[in-house]
Ligand binder design. Sequence first.
Ligand code: SF4
Ligand code: SF4
Length: 435
Amino acid sequence: MRVYSFPQGGIRFADPTAPPQEASVVAFLPVLSVIPMVQHVGSQAIPLASVGTVVKEGMLVGRGQGPGSAHVHATVPGQVVRMVSWEMVPGITNEALVIRLGGSFEQLGKPEERLPWESLEPGAIQQRIIEWGIVEMEGAGRPLADWFASFHEQPSTLVVRCVFDDPWLAADYVLCRERTEAVVEGSIILSRACGASRVVYAVSVQEKDLGTLLLAAAKTYALPASVVLVGSRYPQRNHRELELALREYETREKLDLGSLGIQGPATVAAVRDAVVLGRPILDRYVAVGGSAVKKPQVMKVRIGTRIGDLFAECGGFTGEPQRIILGSPLSGRRVLENNLDEPVIKTSYALSALLEKQIGGTVMRSCVGCGECRAVCPVGLDPEALFKGITFRRGKAPEQDNRVRACHGCGCCDVVCPSRFSLSTTILTAAIGEH
Ligand code: SF4
Ligand code: SF4
C-alpha cells in the first residue's frame, strides 16, 4: 500500500524518555481539583461558582464568553474551597476553582446511558458540542464552536489524524487503541455536525493495523470511510503537511476530497462523549515521562488533577527537574517555576519533567553555518537568515515578512541547531508582531 508524505524537510524524532505505548493506568481521583477558567485559546470563562458552592460532577462552573472561549465544568463532585490565580504564561494570569472531593458521582462507575443522536440536525449536534465545552484537545484549545465557524465553505471530508510523528503523542495512540469505537463514532457525529460527506482516517504507516481496526468499526455506519497511510516524519501531523499528503493521495486516487476539516482522535472521542453521553470533558489521556520521572506511563487523568500528583503516581523524580513541560518537549508550554500545583487541562496530552542533561546545555554564541536548519524546514524557509534578520537588524525586514509568516512553528530547526538558537520562537514572535 502506498504511503503519503510531505515533500521536504522534517525530522525523525525519537525520545527514550517518553512513556511506552502501553495500556493506560487510571490516575487516582484528586482530593483537591484545580479547575481553571482558561482551558482554551480565548478569554476567560466567567466563574459561576464561588467559595462554598457545592458542585456536582459535570456541572457548569464557568460560562464561555465570546470567540475563543468555552464553557468549563466541574470534573468531580465536591465543594469549592478556594479561588486561586497564578501566572500561566508570562503576563497571563489564570483563575481557578479549587474543589475538595466529596459526595457521589453522576457518571463515574455508572452504566453509560446513550442519548439518541442519529436523527438530529447538524445544528442540534453542534449545540450539544458547544454546550459541553468541547475544544480541540491539543495546541491552544480552539473551541469547536470556533472551528465550525471557521469554514469558508462546508468541509467535504473530515480527516481524523491518527498520526504519530512524535513519541509524546503516546496518549493519542493509547486512546485510539482503547477507545477505537468511540473515536469512530465521534468522527461520524462530527462529520454530520460539520456537513462532511466522507471521513478519512490518516494513520501512520507503522500503525497500519490501527487503520484496519478503525475501518472495521466505521463499516457500521453509512458514511463513506477510508484509511490513508501517511509517513511518520515529524511534523507530518501539522495541518499543512497533512493536507499536502492528502492532496497527493487525492490526485493519485482520482478523488475529490473537497475542503478538509481536520481533528485529532482525542477531540472526536470527546465529541462522542458529549453528544452520546451528554457529558463534558471529565478526563483525558496524558503521556507522563521525561528523564526526571521514575516510571513514565500513559495515564487516564481527571481534568484538574495537579501535575505534582501525577509525578508522584509515576514514582516521583529521579533527580531535580530543570524543566517541566505541558505538551511535547518539541512544541509544548514550559510550566513557569516548575509549579507542581498547575493542573491538567483539556489540552494537556503530555507532561514531561526533564533533567538538565536532557535539555542539552547552554546557548552557544555564534552560528556555525552548518545549514541544518534549512535542510529540515518543511516549508522551505531559511531559519538562519530569518533569525539573523530579526535579531541583528532589530527592526522590520519587509522583504522577509511573507517568509516569517509562513513559519508554522514546528520547531524542527531548533532541534537540529548545534548553536541552540531559539529559531522558531524568534521567528514566530516576529510573525505575531507583524499582525
Ligand atoms: S519552526 Fe518555522 S522556520 Fe523552523 S523548521 Fe518549522 S517552519 Fe521552518
Ligand atoms: S542550524 Fe543553527 S548553527 Fe546551523 S546554520 Fe542554522 S542557525 Fe546556524
